[in-house]
Design a protein around this ligand. Sequence first.
Ligand code: PM9
Length: 461
Amino acid sequence: MRDLSSYPAEPFRIKVVEVPKMLDRPEREKAIVEAGYNTFLLNSEDCYIDLLTDSGTTAMSDQQWAGLMVGDEAYGGSKNWYHLKAAVQEYYGFEYVTPTHQGRGAENLLSTLMIEEGQYVPMNMYFTTTRYHQEKNGATFVDVIIDEGHDSTAKDVPFKGNIDIAKLEKLVAEVGAEKIAYICLAVTVNLAGGQPVSMQNMKDVRAFADKHGIKVFSDATRCVENAYFIKKREKGYENKTIKEILKETMSYFDGCTMSGKKDCLVNIGGFLAMNDEDLYNRSRELVVVYEGMPSYGGMAGRDMEAMAIGIKESVDYNYIEHRVEQVAYLADRLLDAGVPIVEPAGGHAVFLDAKRFLPHLTQDDFPAQSLAAALYVEGGVRAMERGIISAGRDKITGDHHRPELELVRLTIPRRVYTYKHMDVIADAVIRLYEKRDEIKGLEFVYEPPMLRFFNARFKIK
Ligand code: PM9
Protein backbone atom coordinates (compact mmCIF):
# COMPACT_ATOMS: atom_id res chain seq x y z
CA MET A 1 0.00 0.00 0.00
CA ARG A 2 1.27 3.51 -0.83
CA ASP A 3 2.07 6.05 1.86
CA LEU A 4 -1.36 7.22 3.10
CA SER A 5 -0.44 10.88 2.54
CA SER A 6 -0.15 10.22 -1.21
CA TYR A 7 -3.93 9.80 -1.59
CA PRO A 8 -5.34 13.32 -2.05
CA ALA A 9 -7.93 14.65 0.42
CA GLU A 10 -11.44 15.45 -0.74
CA PRO A 11 -11.27 18.69 -2.80
CA PHE A 12 -14.77 19.69 -1.68
CA ARG A 13 -16.81 20.54 1.41
CA ILE A 14 -20.04 18.61 2.06
CA LYS A 15 -23.01 20.99 2.14
CA VAL A 16 -25.98 18.58 2.00
CA VAL A 17 -26.15 15.06 3.37
CA GLU A 18 -28.40 12.12 2.60
CA VAL A 19 -28.84 9.73 5.53
CA PRO A 20 -28.87 6.10 4.36
CA LYS A 21 -30.74 3.26 6.07
CA MET A 22 -28.59 0.53 7.59
CA LEU A 23 -30.48 -2.76 7.39
CA ASP A 24 -29.34 -5.64 9.58
CA ARG A 25 -28.18 -8.92 8.06
CA PRO A 26 -31.54 -10.83 8.19
CA GLU A 27 -33.22 -7.83 6.48
CA ARG A 28 -30.55 -7.82 3.76
CA GLU A 29 -30.94 -11.58 3.26
CA LYS A 30 -34.69 -11.06 2.75
CA ALA A 31 -34.12 -8.10 0.39
CA ILE A 32 -31.76 -9.99 -1.94
CA VAL A 33 -34.18 -12.93 -2.24
CA GLU A 34 -36.99 -10.50 -3.09
CA ALA A 35 -34.72 -8.91 -5.73
CA GLY A 36 -34.13 -12.33 -7.35
CA TYR A 37 -30.39 -12.11 -6.48
CA ASN A 38 -30.10 -9.25 -8.95
CA THR A 39 -28.61 -6.12 -7.37
CA PHE A 40 -30.26 -3.96 -10.07
CA LEU A 41 -33.62 -4.94 -8.53
CA LEU A 42 -32.82 -3.93 -4.93
CA ASN A 43 -34.44 -0.83 -3.51
CA SER A 44 -31.80 1.86 -3.29
CA GLU A 45 -33.07 2.65 0.22
CA ASP A 46 -31.98 -0.82 1.31
CA CYS A 47 -28.33 -0.19 0.32
CA TYR A 48 -25.95 1.41 2.80
CA ILE A 49 -23.25 2.05 0.18
CA ASP A 50 -24.49 2.08 -3.40
CA LEU A 51 -21.78 1.14 -5.91
CA LEU A 52 -24.15 -0.13 -8.59
CA THR A 53 -22.91 2.51 -10.98
CA ASP A 54 -21.17 5.85 -11.39
CA SER A 55 -23.82 6.75 -13.98
CA GLY A 56 -25.99 9.68 -12.97
CA THR A 57 -25.02 9.19 -9.32
CA THR A 58 -22.66 12.18 -9.15
CA ALA A 59 -23.10 14.78 -6.40
CA MET A 60 -23.56 18.09 -8.22
CA SER A 61 -21.74 21.21 -7.07
CA ASP A 62 -23.44 24.28 -5.58
CA GLN A 63 -22.75 26.03 -8.91
CA GLN A 64 -24.63 23.31 -10.79
CA TRP A 65 -27.56 23.49 -8.38
CA ALA A 66 -27.59 27.25 -8.89
CA GLY A 67 -27.60 26.56 -12.63
CA LEU A 68 -30.83 24.56 -12.25
CA MET A 69 -32.54 27.76 -11.14
CA VAL A 70 -31.81 29.49 -14.43
CA GLY A 71 -33.35 26.71 -16.49
CA ASP A 72 -35.11 28.12 -19.57
CA GLU A 73 -37.79 25.53 -20.28
CA ALA A 74 -38.71 26.81 -23.74
CA TYR A 75 -39.62 24.12 -26.27
CA GLY A 76 -37.25 25.58 -28.82
CA GLY A 77 -33.97 27.51 -28.55
CA SER A 78 -33.55 27.40 -24.74
CA LYS A 79 -30.67 29.63 -23.63
CA ASN A 80 -29.25 26.68 -21.68
CA TRP A 81 -28.89 24.77 -24.93
CA TYR A 82 -26.59 27.49 -26.25
CA HIS A 83 -24.52 27.28 -23.05
CA LEU A 84 -24.25 23.50 -23.42
CA LYS A 85 -23.34 23.69 -27.10
CA ALA A 86 -20.65 26.29 -26.37
CA ALA A 87 -19.19 24.10 -23.58
CA VAL A 88 -19.02 21.04 -25.85
CA GLN A 89 -17.42 23.12 -28.61
CA GLU A 90 -14.85 24.62 -26.24
CA TYR A 91 -13.88 21.50 -24.27
CA TYR A 92 -14.45 18.71 -26.82
CA GLY A 93 -13.69 20.71 -29.95
CA PHE A 94 -16.51 19.45 -32.19
CA GLU A 95 -18.40 21.85 -34.42
CA TYR A 96 -21.89 20.30 -34.21
CA VAL A 97 -23.81 18.93 -31.22
CA THR A 98 -27.09 17.02 -31.00
CA PRO A 99 -28.34 16.64 -27.41
CA THR A 100 -29.87 13.38 -26.18
CA HIS A 101 -31.47 12.19 -22.96
CA GLN A 102 -28.41 10.03 -22.15
CA GLY A 103 -25.58 8.14 -23.84
CA ARG A 104 -27.67 5.38 -25.41
CA GLY A 105 -29.82 8.02 -27.12
CA ALA A 106 -26.67 9.21 -28.91
CA GLU A 107 -25.69 5.60 -29.66
CA ASN A 108 -29.09 5.03 -31.23
CA LEU A 109 -28.68 8.07 -33.49
CA LEU A 110 -25.11 7.26 -34.52
CA SER A 111 -25.79 3.56 -35.19
CA THR A 112 -28.95 4.30 -37.16
CA LEU A 113 -27.23 6.95 -39.30
CA MET A 114 -23.89 5.24 -39.91
CA ILE A 115 -24.59 1.51 -40.18
CA GLU A 116 -25.87 -0.41 -43.21
CA GLU A 117 -27.10 -4.00 -42.84
CA GLY A 118 -24.18 -6.46 -43.10
CA GLN A 119 -21.43 -4.03 -42.06
CA TYR A 120 -18.94 -4.39 -39.18
CA VAL A 121 -18.12 -2.17 -36.21
CA PRO A 122 -14.71 -2.85 -34.64
CA MET A 123 -14.37 -1.55 -31.08
CA ASN A 124 -12.03 -1.87 -28.10
CA MET A 125 -14.23 -4.38 -26.25
CA TYR A 126 -18.01 -4.28 -26.24
CA PHE A 127 -20.24 -2.18 -24.07
CA THR A 128 -23.78 -3.45 -23.46
CA THR A 129 -25.93 -0.63 -24.87
CA THR A 130 -23.37 0.33 -27.54
CA ARG A 131 -23.21 -3.16 -29.02
CA TYR A 132 -26.97 -3.53 -28.72
CA HIS A 133 -27.56 -0.51 -30.99
CA GLN A 134 -24.86 -1.60 -33.42
CA GLU A 135 -26.34 -5.08 -33.77
CA LYS A 136 -29.92 -3.78 -33.90
CA ASN A 137 -28.91 -1.79 -36.98
CA GLY A 138 -27.51 -4.85 -38.72
CA ALA A 139 -23.81 -4.64 -37.85
CA THR A 140 -21.52 -7.35 -36.58
CA PHE A 141 -19.48 -6.22 -33.61
CA VAL A 142 -15.76 -7.13 -33.68
CA ASP A 143 -13.61 -6.84 -30.56
CA VAL A 144 -10.20 -5.32 -31.45
CA ILE A 145 -8.84 -4.48 -27.99
CA ILE A 146 -5.28 -5.68 -27.29
CA ASP A 147 -5.18 -9.18 -25.76
CA GLU A 148 -4.05 -7.83 -22.38
CA GLY A 149 -7.40 -6.04 -22.10
CA HIS A 150 -8.96 -9.45 -21.41
CA ASP A 151 -6.36 -10.42 -18.81
CA SER A 152 -7.14 -9.23 -15.28
CA THR A 153 -3.55 -9.98 -14.17
CA ALA A 154 -1.67 -7.95 -16.82
CA LYS A 155 -0.83 -5.29 -14.27
CA ASP A 156 2.20 -3.73 -15.94
CA VAL A 157 0.31 -2.61 -19.05
CA PRO A 158 -0.47 1.11 -18.61
CA PHE A 159 -2.97 1.39 -21.48
CA LYS A 160 -4.91 -1.87 -21.49
CA GLY A 161 -7.75 -0.23 -23.41
CA ASN A 162 -5.67 0.25 -26.58
CA ILE A 163 -6.84 -1.00 -29.95
CA ASP A 164 -4.66 -3.67 -31.58
CA ILE A 165 -3.93 -2.23 -35.03
CA ALA A 166 -3.04 -5.72 -36.31
CA LYS A 167 -6.61 -6.85 -35.47
CA LEU A 168 -7.98 -3.89 -37.44
CA GLU A 169 -5.72 -4.74 -40.39
CA LYS A 170 -6.88 -8.36 -40.31
CA LEU A 171 -10.54 -7.33 -40.33
CA VAL A 172 -10.07 -4.92 -43.25
CA ALA A 173 -8.14 -7.59 -45.18
CA GLU A 174 -10.96 -10.09 -44.58
CA VAL A 175 -14.06 -7.98 -45.25
CA GLY A 176 -12.83 -4.82 -47.05
CA ALA A 177 -12.78 -1.23 -45.79
CA GLU A 178 -16.18 -0.41 -47.34
CA LYS A 179 -17.76 -3.00 -45.01
CA ILE A 180 -16.60 -1.12 -41.90
CA ALA A 181 -19.37 1.25 -40.80
CA TYR A 182 -16.92 3.06 -38.50
CA ILE A 183 -14.34 2.28 -35.85
CA CYS A 184 -15.60 2.88 -32.31
CA LEU A 185 -12.94 3.74 -29.74
CA ALA A 186 -13.99 3.99 -26.09
CA VAL A 187 -12.03 6.11 -23.61
CA THR A 188 -11.78 4.50 -21.04
CA VAL A 189 -12.88 0.86 -21.56
CA ASN A 190 -15.54 0.16 -18.98
CA LEU A 191 -15.78 -3.62 -19.16
CA ALA A 192 -12.01 -4.12 -19.28
CA GLY A 193 -11.95 -2.53 -15.83
CA GLY A 194 -12.01 1.17 -16.71
CA GLN A 195 -8.74 0.84 -18.63
CA PRO A 196 -7.35 3.84 -20.52
CA VAL A 197 -6.24 4.33 -24.13
CA SER A 198 -2.98 6.15 -24.91
CA MET A 199 -2.82 9.24 -27.10
CA GLN A 200 -0.35 7.39 -29.33
CA ASN A 201 -2.90 4.63 -29.91
CA MET A 202 -5.55 7.18 -30.88
CA LYS A 203 -3.11 8.74 -33.37
CA ASP A 204 -2.32 5.29 -34.79
CA VAL A 205 -6.00 4.40 -35.17
CA ARG A 206 -6.63 7.74 -36.88
CA ALA A 207 -3.75 7.16 -39.32
CA PHE A 208 -4.99 3.64 -40.06
CA ALA A 209 -8.55 4.89 -40.64
CA ASP A 210 -7.37 7.71 -42.93
CA LYS A 211 -5.37 5.24 -44.98
CA HIS A 212 -8.51 3.16 -45.57
CA GLY A 213 -11.09 5.95 -45.69
CA ILE A 214 -12.88 4.79 -42.54
CA LYS A 215 -14.52 7.09 -39.95
CA VAL A 216 -13.64 6.90 -36.25
CA PHE A 217 -16.07 7.77 -33.46
CA SER A 218 -15.31 7.79 -29.76
CA ASP A 219 -17.43 6.57 -26.92
CA ALA A 220 -16.30 9.52 -24.82
CA THR A 221 -18.20 8.52 -21.69
CA ARG A 222 -15.20 8.58 -19.31
CA CYS A 223 -12.85 10.72 -21.41
CA VAL A 224 -11.75 12.94 -18.50
CA GLU A 225 -10.56 9.93 -16.52
CA ASN A 226 -8.70 8.85 -19.65
CA ALA A 227 -7.07 12.29 -19.88
CA TYR A 228 -5.87 11.95 -16.26
CA PHE A 229 -4.24 8.58 -17.01
CA ILE A 230 -2.52 10.07 -20.08
CA LYS A 231 -1.14 12.90 -17.96
CA LYS A 232 0.16 10.41 -15.38
CA ARG A 233 1.41 7.64 -17.67
CA GLU A 234 2.26 8.94 -21.16
CA LYS A 235 5.54 10.67 -21.88
CA GLY A 236 5.17 14.24 -23.11
CA TYR A 237 1.82 14.90 -21.38
CA GLU A 238 2.95 15.40 -17.79
CA ASN A 239 2.89 19.21 -18.07
CA LYS A 240 -0.28 19.53 -20.13
CA THR A 241 -3.59 20.44 -18.50
CA ILE A 242 -6.53 18.02 -18.44
CA LYS A 243 -8.38 20.47 -20.69
CA GLU A 244 -5.58 20.39 -23.27
CA ILE A 245 -5.35 16.59 -23.18
CA LEU A 246 -9.12 16.22 -23.57
CA LYS A 247 -9.16 18.56 -26.56
CA GLU A 248 -6.28 16.74 -28.22
CA THR A 249 -7.97 13.37 -27.55
CA MET A 250 -11.13 14.44 -29.34
CA SER A 251 -9.17 15.89 -32.28
CA TYR A 252 -8.49 12.34 -33.52
CA PHE A 253 -12.19 11.51 -33.94
CA ASP A 254 -14.89 12.35 -36.46
CA GLY A 255 -17.29 12.64 -33.57
CA CYS A 256 -18.32 11.10 -30.27
CA THR A 257 -21.23 9.78 -28.27
CA MET A 258 -21.37 10.96 -24.68
CA SER A 259 -23.15 9.82 -21.57
CA GLY A 260 -23.21 13.06 -19.60
CA LYS A 261 -24.14 11.01 -16.54
CA LYS A 262 -20.47 10.13 -16.12
CA ASP A 263 -17.75 12.63 -16.99
CA CYS A 264 -20.06 15.64 -17.46
CA LEU A 265 -20.92 15.33 -13.74
CA VAL A 266 -24.71 15.33 -14.07
CA ASN A 267 -27.59 13.05 -13.17
CA ILE A 268 -29.07 12.90 -16.67
CA GLY A 269 -28.10 13.90 -20.21
CA GLY A 270 -25.91 13.10 -23.18
CA PHE A 271 -24.99 14.19 -26.68
CA LEU A 272 -23.76 13.20 -30.11
CA ALA A 273 -21.05 15.55 -31.39
CA MET A 274 -19.40 15.64 -34.80
CA ASN A 275 -17.65 17.76 -37.43
CA ASP A 276 -19.56 16.58 -40.52
CA GLU A 277 -22.40 18.99 -41.36
CA ASP A 278 -24.34 16.42 -43.36
CA LEU A 279 -24.27 13.89 -40.51
CA TYR A 280 -25.35 16.66 -38.14
CA ASN A 281 -28.31 17.59 -40.33
CA ARG A 282 -29.40 13.97 -40.50
CA SER A 283 -29.07 13.62 -36.71
CA ARG A 284 -31.25 16.73 -36.28
CA GLU A 285 -33.92 15.02 -38.37
CA LEU A 286 -33.74 11.78 -36.40
CA VAL A 287 -33.48 13.25 -32.91
CA VAL A 288 -37.02 14.62 -33.08
CA VAL A 289 -38.34 11.05 -33.51
CA TYR A 290 -36.67 9.62 -30.42
CA GLU A 291 -35.60 12.41 -28.08
CA GLY A 292 -37.12 15.83 -28.77
CA MET A 293 -36.19 19.08 -30.46
CA PRO A 294 -32.54 19.46 -31.58
CA SER A 295 -32.25 22.15 -28.91
CA TYR A 296 -33.09 19.91 -25.93
CA GLY A 297 -32.95 16.25 -27.00
CA GLY A 298 -34.82 14.85 -24.02
CA MET A 299 -33.26 17.12 -21.40
CA ALA A 300 -34.91 19.91 -19.45
CA GLY A 301 -33.32 23.33 -19.87
CA ARG A 302 -32.05 23.14 -16.27
CA ASP A 303 -30.36 19.78 -16.97
CA MET A 304 -28.51 21.32 -19.92
CA GLU A 305 -27.31 24.20 -17.72
CA ALA A 306 -26.02 21.78 -15.07
CA MET A 307 -24.22 19.80 -17.79
CA ALA A 308 -22.60 22.91 -19.28
CA ILE A 309 -21.23 23.76 -15.81
CA GLY A 310 -20.28 20.11 -15.13
CA ILE A 311 -18.20 19.97 -18.32
CA LYS A 312 -16.11 22.90 -17.06
CA GLU A 313 -15.76 21.45 -13.53
CA SER A 314 -14.76 18.02 -14.85
CA VAL A 315 -11.39 19.21 -16.18
CA ASP A 316 -10.31 20.69 -12.84
CA TYR A 317 -7.16 18.81 -11.85
CA ASN A 318 -8.02 18.59 -8.13
CA TYR A 319 -11.37 17.01 -8.94
CA ILE A 320 -10.09 14.34 -11.31
CA GLU A 321 -6.98 13.55 -9.28
CA HIS A 322 -9.09 12.83 -6.18
CA ARG A 323 -11.63 10.85 -8.20
CA VAL A 324 -9.11 8.44 -9.71
CA GLU A 325 -6.85 8.18 -6.66
CA GLN A 326 -9.80 7.39 -4.37
CA VAL A 327 -10.50 4.40 -6.62
CA ALA A 328 -6.79 3.47 -6.39
CA TYR A 329 -7.01 3.60 -2.59
CA LEU A 330 -9.81 1.02 -2.53
CA ALA A 331 -7.88 -1.16 -4.99
CA ASP A 332 -4.73 -0.95 -2.87
CA ARG A 333 -6.58 -1.97 0.29
CA LEU A 334 -7.97 -5.05 -1.46
CA LEU A 335 -4.64 -5.99 -3.05
CA ASP A 336 -2.95 -5.76 0.35
CA ALA A 337 -5.39 -8.41 1.61
CA GLY A 338 -4.76 -10.65 -1.41
CA VAL A 339 -8.21 -10.13 -2.97
CA PRO A 340 -8.07 -10.80 -6.75
CA ILE A 341 -9.00 -7.68 -8.74
CA VAL A 342 -8.39 -6.36 -12.25
CA GLU A 343 -4.97 -4.72 -12.29
CA PRO A 344 -4.08 -1.96 -12.72
CA ALA A 345 -7.18 -0.37 -11.19
CA GLY A 346 -9.27 1.69 -13.59
CA GLY A 347 -10.65 5.20 -13.30
CA HIS A 348 -14.22 4.68 -12.15
CA ALA A 349 -14.29 1.38 -10.33
CA VAL A 350 -12.49 -1.53 -8.77
CA PHE A 351 -13.42 -4.81 -10.43
CA LEU A 352 -13.32 -8.02 -8.37
CA ASP A 353 -12.18 -11.00 -10.44
CA ALA A 354 -14.96 -13.48 -9.67
CA LYS A 355 -13.22 -16.37 -11.47
CA ARG A 356 -10.24 -16.16 -9.11
CA PHE A 357 -12.36 -15.14 -6.09
CA LEU A 358 -14.66 -18.18 -6.48
CA PRO A 359 -12.55 -20.88 -8.19
CA HIS A 360 -15.01 -23.59 -7.05
CA LEU A 361 -17.71 -22.18 -9.40
CA THR A 362 -17.80 -22.53 -13.21
CA GLN A 363 -18.88 -19.62 -15.45
CA ASP A 364 -22.27 -21.37 -15.86
CA ASP A 365 -22.78 -20.93 -12.10
CA PHE A 366 -22.76 -17.14 -12.76
CA PRO A 367 -19.99 -16.44 -10.22
CA ALA A 368 -19.97 -12.64 -10.56
CA GLN A 369 -23.75 -12.43 -10.16
CA SER A 370 -23.50 -14.61 -7.08
CA LEU A 371 -20.58 -12.64 -5.61
CA ALA A 372 -22.41 -9.32 -6.05
CA ALA A 373 -25.43 -10.75 -4.20
CA ALA A 374 -23.22 -12.11 -1.39
CA LEU A 375 -21.44 -8.76 -0.99
CA TYR A 376 -24.77 -7.03 -0.50
CA VAL A 377 -25.72 -9.47 2.24
CA GLU A 378 -22.29 -9.17 3.86
CA GLY A 379 -21.96 -5.41 4.03
CA GLY A 380 -25.02 -3.65 2.59
CA VAL A 381 -22.77 -2.72 -0.36
CA ARG A 382 -24.51 -2.87 -3.75
CA ALA A 383 -22.22 -3.72 -6.69
CA MET A 384 -22.88 -4.83 -10.28
CA GLU A 385 -22.18 -8.03 -12.23
CA ARG A 386 -20.04 -7.51 -15.35
CA GLY A 387 -19.54 -11.02 -16.69
CA ILE A 388 -21.52 -13.71 -18.48
CA ILE A 389 -24.91 -12.22 -17.56
CA SER A 390 -24.01 -8.74 -18.88
CA ALA A 391 -22.49 -10.25 -22.02
CA GLY A 392 -25.84 -11.75 -23.13
CA ARG A 393 -26.26 -14.28 -25.92
CA ASP A 394 -24.74 -14.60 -29.39
CA LYS A 395 -27.28 -13.27 -31.90
CA ILE A 396 -26.64 -16.21 -34.31
CA THR A 397 -26.06 -19.28 -32.10
CA GLY A 398 -28.18 -18.20 -29.12
CA ASP A 399 -25.51 -19.49 -26.70
CA HIS A 400 -24.15 -17.29 -23.91
CA HIS A 401 -21.29 -15.00 -24.84
CA ARG A 402 -18.56 -16.21 -22.48
CA PRO A 403 -16.30 -13.23 -21.73
CA GLU A 404 -12.83 -13.95 -20.41
CA LEU A 405 -13.48 -11.40 -17.67
CA GLU A 406 -16.06 -12.44 -15.06
CA LEU A 407 -16.19 -9.39 -12.82
CA VAL A 408 -18.03 -7.63 -10.01
CA ARG A 409 -17.77 -3.87 -10.37
CA LEU A 410 -17.44 -1.68 -7.30
CA THR A 411 -18.28 1.57 -9.06
CA ILE A 412 -17.46 4.75 -7.18
CA PRO A 413 -19.93 7.63 -7.68
CA ARG A 414 -18.25 11.01 -8.16
CA ARG A 415 -17.92 13.32 -5.12
CA VAL A 416 -20.24 11.14 -2.98
CA TYR A 417 -18.21 8.88 -0.67
CA THR A 418 -15.20 9.47 1.59
CA TYR A 419 -12.08 7.40 2.21
CA LYS A 420 -13.75 5.97 5.35
CA HIS A 421 -16.49 4.61 3.11
CA MET A 422 -13.75 2.98 1.01
CA ASP A 423 -12.53 1.27 4.20
CA VAL A 424 -16.03 -0.03 4.99
CA ILE A 425 -16.28 -1.45 1.45
CA ALA A 426 -12.80 -3.01 1.61
CA ASP A 427 -13.51 -4.59 5.02
CA ALA A 428 -16.75 -6.17 3.74
CA VAL A 429 -15.02 -7.60 0.64
CA ILE A 430 -12.12 -8.94 2.71
CA ARG A 431 -14.49 -10.63 5.22
CA LEU A 432 -16.28 -12.24 2.29
CA TYR A 433 -13.01 -13.38 0.73
CA GLU A 434 -12.14 -15.17 3.96
CA LYS A 435 -15.32 -17.28 3.71
CA ARG A 436 -15.52 -17.48 -0.09
CA ASP A 437 -16.01 -21.28 -0.09
CA GLU A 438 -19.52 -20.79 1.31
CA ILE A 439 -20.73 -18.83 -1.76
CA LYS A 440 -22.93 -20.91 -4.08
CA GLY A 441 -23.79 -20.55 -7.78
CA LEU A 442 -27.04 -19.23 -9.26
CA GLU A 443 -29.42 -20.18 -12.07
CA PHE A 444 -32.01 -18.19 -14.02
CA VAL A 445 -35.64 -18.01 -12.91
CA TYR A 446 -36.40 -15.36 -15.54
CA GLU A 447 -34.17 -14.35 -18.46
CA PRO A 448 -35.19 -11.27 -20.47
CA PRO A 449 -34.54 -11.47 -24.25
CA MET A 450 -32.36 -8.34 -24.43
CA LEU A 451 -29.97 -6.51 -22.07
CA ARG A 452 -30.88 -9.28 -19.66
CA PHE A 453 -28.76 -8.12 -16.73
CA PHE A 454 -31.15 -5.27 -15.91
CA ASN A 455 -34.24 -7.37 -15.14
CA ALA A 456 -33.12 -11.01 -14.81
CA ARG A 457 -34.09 -13.02 -11.71
CA PHE A 458 -32.16 -15.93 -10.19
CA LYS A 459 -32.26 -18.57 -7.47
CA ILE A 460 -29.50 -20.47 -5.69
CA LYS A 461 -28.50 -23.66 -7.54
N1 PM9 B 1 -22.84 2.88 -18.45
C1 PM9 B 1 -22.66 1.93 -16.30
O1 PM9 B 1 -23.16 1.67 -15.21
C2 PM9 B 1 -24.93 2.70 -17.15
C3 PM9 B 1 -25.77 1.50 -17.01
S1 PM9 B 1 -25.19 -0.08 -17.53
C4 PM9 B 1 -25.87 -0.22 -19.12
O2 PM9 B 1 -21.46 1.73 -16.55
C5 PM9 B 1 -20.32 3.42 -21.76
C6 PM9 B 1 -18.87 3.11 -21.75
C7 PM9 B 1 -21.08 3.33 -20.61
C8 PM9 B 1 -22.48 3.62 -20.65
C9 PM9 B 1 -23.31 3.46 -19.53
C10 PM9 B 1 -23.03 4.01 -21.89
C11 PM9 B 1 -24.49 4.34 -22.02
C12 PM9 B 1 -22.24 4.09 -23.01
N2 PM9 B 1 -20.91 3.78 -22.91
O3 PM9 B 1 -26.29 4.95 -19.54
O4 PM9 B 1 -27.21 5.55 -21.73
O5 PM9 B 1 -20.47 2.99 -19.48
O6 PM9 B 1 -26.12 7.29 -20.40
O7 PM9 B 1 -24.76 5.54 -21.41
C13 PM9 B 1 -23.48 2.52 -17.34
P1 PM9 B 1 -26.18 5.84 -20.74
